[in-house]
Design a protein around this ligand. Structure first.
Ligand code: GDP
Length: 425
């Protein structure tokens, strides 16, 4: 059975925690898109980890962790992440890397930084991990697949061809040092040594695993609203964040994805630029940011303060719909226990009209939030394991969100730890 764990919002919904938790009952966990640009924070019996490239199921010795072909593979980063886990006492994980995954090249990181510098105040708020240049090259067909590392002659020839075009931009657009093809070739030979033990024909491996009835998790990065097609384009990421893409980014048939578990955050948070209708500012924002997540709302990759806001039912309903959600998990609910009153954004006012469907970006920029208030529960709900033991106001908030998003909330997360979960149905 294949289950996808994906985000309904702008990312940072707590997918890492849910994946780590569900991985206990799984055999294989796969990252199918994105790269090291977003982090998943996991707190379990080994400590607190911010994983960027490895799937959040690497903490068990019965699981196989896979980097699918859809991922932007930063090879030295992957090796460092593996070594870091081992040095912290985690059993050596079983890892496979798709031979069709493409390699995030050193120059992708440079181009990302140069472009942000060139755009100045008009930048997209990139994490400068090289993701946008990587995916641009992939679709411009000048990327490098892992498999290409194993044919030295054609690798060398392709590197010199790619360097020619890159160097034109470096010289004339960015005014930066040029690439040396020989240096790059030597670097890629090192990459080959590093990745060789993990390389696998992943779609063939998964074909067999599916035949054997294995339990497979697809772990998404970021959330619906960062999808390049269905999100807040152009303030999106460069690979699809949707469960549907899991089939492509892992190499399995789409009909095998039977369960789409969408993680919905009990309030809103976002990094980077873009319209954010229910955003909070000033004191109110500072307080929520300080109390949010497990250590405040600061990016796991960059440490940047996240933008925060009230729960946005318009965005979350759309986020769940576009994922094809079969069940939802409501996370970080415990953080809201300090509030006298909860606020839910139930509609957008655009040019004097109330809208319930999440609009395209140019309309979104004009949207003003329509709010509904609910009483707060004013206590700490951490430690509660039974739904009925939650305060009535807290249950009312959950049930209101459930009604708004239109899919069953089957789990409620009330703390960052692996066991801090309330099973509902
Ligand atoms: P991901 O990218 O979706 O995996 O999410 P992140 O790991 O970036 O962000 C979620 C943050 O919230 C992390 O700091 C988690 O430790 C934390 N977190 C997850 N679930 C809960 C929860 O139920 N309560 C609290 N307080 N923190 C949580």
């Amino acid at each position: 059975m294949v289950r996808a764990i994906v985000g309904a919002n702008w990312g940072d919904e707590g997918k890492g925690k849910i994946t780590d938790m569900l991985a206990k009952e799984s055999d294989i966990i796969i990252r199918f898109q994105g790269g090291s640009n977003a982090g998943h924070t996991i707190i379990n019996n080994y400590g607190r980890f911010a994983l960027h490239l490895l799937p959040s199921g690497v903490f068990y010795d019965h699981t196989t962790s896979i980097i699918g072909n859809g991922v932007a593979l930063n090879i030295p980063y992957l090796i460092n992440e593996i070594n870091d886990l081992i040095s912290k006492g985690v059993p050596k994980p079983r890892i496979l890397v798709s031979d069709r995954a493409q390699i995030l090249m050193p120059y992708h990181v440079q181009f990302d930084a140069y472009e942000e510098e060139r755009l100045g105040g008009k930048s997209f708020g990139s994490t400068k991990s090289g993701i946008a240049p990587f995916y641009s090259d992939k679709y411009a067909k000048i990327g490098f697949q892992v498999s290409e590392l194993f044919d030295a002659d054609s690798l060398r020839e392709k590197i010199s061809r790619v360097c020619e075009t890159k160097n034109v931009l470096l010289e004339h657009l960015y005014h930066k040092p040029l690439l040396d093809p020989e240096e790059l070739f030597a670097e890629l030979l090192k990459y080959k040594e590093m990745v060789e033990p993990y390389v696998c024909d992943v779609s063939a491996y998964l074909y067999e695993a599916l035949k054997e009835g294995k339990n497979i998790l697809l772990e998404g990065q970021l959330g619906s609203l960062k999808d390049p097609d269905h999100g807040i384009y152009p303030m999106v990421t460069s690979s699809s964040t949707l469960a549907a893409y899991g089939a492509i980014g892992a190499g399995i048939p789409p009909y095998e994805i039977k369960n789409i578990t969408t993680v919905v955050k009990a309030y809103s948070s976002a990094v980077g630029q873009g319209a954010f209708v229910s955003e909070l500012f000033g004191e109110e924002a500072d307080e929520l940011r300080r109390r949010g997540g497990d250590k405040g709302e600061f990016g796991a990759t960059t440490g940047r303060p996240r933008r925060v806001g009230w729960f946005d039912a318009v965005a979350s309903r759309y986020g769940c719909r576009i994922q094809g959600t079969t069940e939802a998990v409501l996370t970080v609910l415990d953080v809201l226990g300090y509030l006298d009153e909860l606020t839910i954004c139930t509609g957008y006012e655009i040019d004097g009209e109330i809208v319930k469907d999440f609009p395209v970006t140019c309309k979104l920029e004009k949207a003003k939030p329509v709010y509904k208030k609910m009483p707060g529960w004013k206590c700490d709900i951490r430690g509660i394991r039974n739904y009925n033991e939650l305060p009535a106001e807290c249950r009312a908030y959950i049930e209101e969100i459930e009604k708004e998003i239109g899919v069953p909330i089957t789990m409620v997360s009330n703390g960052p730890g692996r066991d801090e979960i309330i099973m509902r149905k």
